[in-house]
Design a protein around this ligand. Sequence first.
Ligand code: SF4
Length: 80
Amino acid sequence: MRDDDGGTLDVTIDHDVCIGAGQCALTAPGVFTQDDDGFGEVLPGRRDGGGDPLVREAARACPVGAVGVRGGRSQGGVSG
Ligand code: SF4
C-alpha cells in the first residue's frame, strides 16, 4: 500500500464558476496558472496535482469553489 502521499489526483477548474480571483495560482503556482484574462488554469501535465500538497490549499483558497480536487487520500472533501 502506498497511500501516504502519492495518491493520484484529478485537479480541475470549473470555468463556468471561476471569477478570475487568481488565488489558485498564488497558492499553488506549481499546479495552477492564470490565462490572459486572469482566469485560473491547471498547468499542462498537472491535472494529477504533481504531488503538490498546496493543491488542496488552493481549492480552499478559491472564493467560489471552482477548484475541484478528487482522488488521492480518501478524505478528499473538497470537490467542485
Ligand atoms: S482561485 Fe478560483 S476563481 Fe480564482 S482564478 Fe482560481 S479557480 Fe478562478
